[in-house]
Design a protein around this ligand. Sequence first.
Ligand code: GLV
Length: 314
Amino acid sequence: MPKEHPTILVYYNEPEKYAELLREHGYSTIRVARTPEEAAVQLAGAEVILCWNFPETLLFTPEASSVKWIQSIGAGVDHLVTKIPEHITVTRIVDQFGAMMAEYSLGYMLFHNKGMARLLASQHNRKWEPFRADTLEGKVLGIAGLGSIGSEIAERALAFNMVVHGLSRGADKAGRVDVHFLASEWKAFVKELDYLVLTLPLTADTHHTIDRELLMEMKPEACLINIGRGGLIVEEELVETLQVRPSFTAVLDVFEKEPLAEDSPLWTLPNVIITPHVSGQSRFAEVGRYFVENLALYAEGAALKGTVNQSRGY
Ligand code: GLV
């Protein structure tokens, strides 16, 4: 006997789009909310929540007793893990961000390597200023985190004939890179790198991994790209490193506190590129398909795709 369709609450800035898609797939008990206040009103009786940044304190209220499963619209779930009641299953999107985030990483590696900022400045000043450009070929890239995003970066970097090093918790992904390091080997991992890309989830184990000591182990002219989470880095210590090492570059898409405060020293450091958390973005059609597939698995009582291991943190 198939289960009855669950009541679904969609919490997002454009919830109606998802609600319409769900209706097309035969789901009729759908509620929508755009703000925490609306979510508080719509929560009672909801069994499944499709959301981004759901106000997690609401999940401890009596109205949330019916909630069994939260499907997050994004990849990172640090805002949910350990902050919600344990009996609620959390699923995240896996496999959808790799291409976009690999393009972002390679794009900024090329921008850095080819001296594009300098070329644009020359053009702006109407100056013909040739210089010897570098190549990514043979440069050593380190990727911290070898899940679907890290693996797609590795694949593309190998096509540029870069030497790819990778760091991950277990050795099962070692085959995706030229040289593999475990999480106990951070110092050895960063030493040789020309580029370091962080794709790690933020967990108790990865929080503030990149501190002054580790940064000082890196080559003074290396480039750090953070597309994981701001909390992976001790931000003040990165600022200090960038100040004392003018040849060191940081490309930062994520920050401990977003939006980045207007008075952050990062904005004006000449060796920093700041982007407003745009390297990987959820796409409606793909997320919609993923959720509908997961709803079918949920109805069968089967394992859901992207289920988060609460104790591991992702
Ligand atoms: C965005 O940062 C996400 O985790 O999906």
